[in-house]
Design a binder for this molecule. Structure first.
Ligand SMILES: [Zn+2]
Length: 339
């Protein structure tokens, strides 16, 4: 056994046998923002065998305060988070296979990537993605760990399909929006606390210490010195559309329409085109240059500034329109410049 994990294997609930299990497991992490980078670094240092990281965004200066894998250079170059995370993680532990995807994952993308996955971790910033993970977890019987934070507040809960209530059963117990990072801000200790809860639950699941897994919904407000832990075991709903007797998995139905979404804390709208196709960024950049405005490019995306708006186009045709929360305006700009 590698010296690298000696302190972890000395911890008796893990031991040599647990370490072997960790080294053989595959975790999928949806999101590589604050929670995602924290979880990713902890799991990679712990020696997880394989880590799939999915993120739709790129690194910005406002991320550096709490997104621990990223550097000023990543923000300067607008490197997609999944790409920057993979680079840094491979420096931390080159034994771990890290697969990075720059995408806004749909249910079918996720289904394609779930083969052999032992555990999913929620590091997203939106409700739709969490509910999608929740349905996937039930459909494929893969545990997942919910986590969210805003300002000095955080919440986490482990879902074991076939045993615990799912997130859909607990909808009245979890925040669905309202106070977002947009208006309330966030401090890094709240992130780290949720990451600690998620990572330790992940370790328990990876070493298959099922008894140790928490069945409670934990939440806290670090600034207010409040900690709560709720036993939710009796909230499992037999008629739940995600985990009940006759599940329909309502959050796996993906519409083929062009989809827009206002992004948390970004004063930005994301536009996802109808169908996937690989764009030729060189050609697009050439065409944009004729409009005037400022065009900048890296191998993953184009940033185009005009009309007091900055628009970022990814290779898969997805765009972020910065400086607006108006979805109609964002769509108009998308069609005007990207077709
Ligand atoms: Zn349920």
């Amino acid at each position: 056994m590698n010296e690298r994990y000696s302190r972890q294997t000395l911890f008796s609930p893990i031991g040599e046998a647990g370490q072997k299990k960790i080294n053989a497991k595959h975790v999928l992490l949806l999101g590589a923002g604050a929670l995602g980078t924290g979880n990713a670094e902890a799991l990679v240092r712990a020696g997880v065998g394989q880590l799939t990281v999915i993120d739709r965004d790129y690194v910005e200066w406002s991320n550096l305060q709490r997104q621990q894998l990223y550097s000023e250079q990543d923000a300067e170059d607008r490197i997609p988070k999944a790409v920057a995370a993979k680079q840094r993680l491979s420096e931390v532990n080159s034994d771990v296979q890290v697969d990075a995807y720059v995408m806004d994952a749909t249910p079918s993308d996720m289904e394609r990537l779930l083969d052999g996955v032992d555990l999913m971790i929620d590091a997203t910033d939106n409700f739709d993605a969490r509910m999608m993970m929740n349905d996937l977890s039930q459909k494929y019987q893969i545990p997942w760990i919910y986590g969210a934070c805003v300002s000095s507040y955080g919440i986490s809960y482990t879902i074991l399909p076939g045993e615990t209530p799912c997130l859909n059963c607990l909808l009245d117990q979890v925040p669905r929006g309202g106070r977002t990072c947009d208006t309330a801000g966030i401090i890094s200790p709240a992130v780290q606390m949720v990451v600690a809860h998620q990572t330790v639950e992940a370790m328990k699941i990876l070493v298959e210490d099922w008894e140790a897994v928490s069945r409670k919904l934990v939440s806290f407000d670090l600034w207010q010195n409040q900690y709560t832990s709720i036993d939710v075991s009796r909230m499992k709903n037999e008629s739940c559309p995600s985990c009940g007797d006759d599940p329909t998995y309502p959050f796996l139905k993906y519409s083929q329409q062009m989809k827009t979404a206002v992004l948390c804390g970004r004063d930005s709208v994301q536009i996802r085109p109808q169908a996937y196709r690989e764009w030729n960024l060189e050609e697009v950049a050439g065409a944009l240059a004729k409009h005037g405005g400022q065009v900048e490019q890296n191998p993953f995306l184009i940033s185009f500034t005009t009309e007091n708006k900055r628009m970022v186009l990814f290779k898969d045709g997805r765009a972020l329109i910065h400086g607006t929360q108006d979805e109609t305006e964002a769509k108009t700009l998308y069609h005007r410049y990207f077709g």
